[in-house]
Write a protein that binds this ligand. Structure first.
Ligand code: PBG
Length: 327
């Protein structure tokens, strides 16, 4: 029945009615907070601000433990750890060092806050001196299969340190299967893989690269990360990761790729995570700081839209603020 019998505004009349019929809810329990843990920070200055990401800092291990405690107290289920090692080399050996910064931070966080989930980023770019996500051949291209071996070694080392989930973000082919096999062989068959399945070569990672010191020394990542124009290919990537044993799949960035979130949710029926990346964060923070937008309502609207698109989990630097606003 059309107007005047049907009046859509009837259910919008009061806050309680709107709440009753709201289709998508946002809760602290849906949000994951990324943390940057840096090795060898001067104990007198254990937090280093990241200029392009106001409110986000690189943390010493003990500061990461207290930040994790704050996250848990706010009702966030998980943190996602990125490491900045003291030294970088051609192979990114800090990534699979059992005493590496992420491994040490994982142990310390799990000791202090056993119920908080620790997810570890599995990639080489924060650990390589050239900033690429895998091993380089002499011609400067990234070699897939030798990189996969090192990524699997990294995941095993992180899982042995106590990581609850491992999250490969490198975009090498076959890494999910290799990581699954390596974990199973080491008796770590219970550790799930959250695969960055559709990770696009995006300008929105800019601030992260400042934070992690992982800007490629030459070239770009377009020979391994996805072309922003491709949706069918993103679905294929996700389905391949499912075949290889991914337990959760991820789309990244989030806001410019909400159609991909929806398609991957429908194609896989797996839990889907979307990563609201550094550039998305920086945009809202900058606009809010300039007084051009109301931060709280813009952030909650953006995060809700990611959930509405089909994401079960939203990884976001806004997680602590959002949890406070939603409490
Ligand atoms: C790579 C990685 C990146 C991000 C997460 N994992 C950067 C990249 O691919 O250059 C970006 C996250 C963000 O921008 O917030 N290990």
């Amino acid at each position: 029945m059309a107007f005047p019998a049907t009046r859509m505004r009837r259910l919008r009349r009061t806050a309680v009615l709107r709440d009753l019929v709201r289709e998508t809810r946002l809760e602290a329990a849906d949000l994951v907070l990324p943390l940057f843990v840096e090795a060898g920070l001067d104990p007198a200055h254990p937090r280093r601000p990241i200029e392009a990401m106001p409110g986000v800092e690189r943390l010493s291990i003990s500061e990461a433990v207290s930040e994790a405690g704050e996250a848990a107290a706010l009702g966030l289920p998980a943190v996602l750890l990125f490491g900045i090692p003291a030294d970088k080399d051609a192979e990114g050996s800090g990534a699979w060092d059992d005493e590496g910064v992420v491994q040490l931070a994982t142990r310390a966080i799990k000791d202090a806050h056993p119920d908080l989930l620790v997810i570890t980023d599995v990639c080489l770019c924060e650990y390589t001196d050239h900033g690429h996500c895998g091993l380089l051949r002499s011609d400067g291209t990234v070699d897939n299969d030798s990189s996969v071996e090192l990524l699997a070694r990294t995941a095993v080392s992180q899982a042995r340190a106590g990581a609850d989930l491992v999250a490969p973000s490198d975009m090498m082919d076959g890494r999910v299967g290799a990581i699954r096999t390596a974990l199973d062989d080491e008796g770590l068959g219970d550790v799930p893989i959250m695969a960055y399945s559709a990770k696009f070569a995006s300008a929105f990672y800019g601030p992260f690269r400042e934070a992690a010191g992982s800007t490629p020394a030459f070239g770009d990542r377009r020979a391994y990360q996805m072309d922003p124009g491709n949706g069918d290919e993103a679905v294929r990537e996700a389905l391949l990761d499912v075949q290889e044993g991914a337990d959760l799949v991820m789309v990244k960035p989030a806001l410019p790729y909400l159609d991909i979130v929806r398609r991957i949710k429908e194609a896989t029926n797996l839990p889907v995570a979307a990563y609201n990346v550094s550039g998305e964060y920086a945009m809202l923070k900058s606009a809010a700081e300039a007084g051009r937008i109301d931060e709280r309502s813009a952030v909650l609207e953006a995060l809700t839209s990611i959930r509405r698109a089909g994401a079960d989990i939203v990884i976001t630097y806004h997680a602590k603020d959002a949890a406070r606003w939603l409490a």
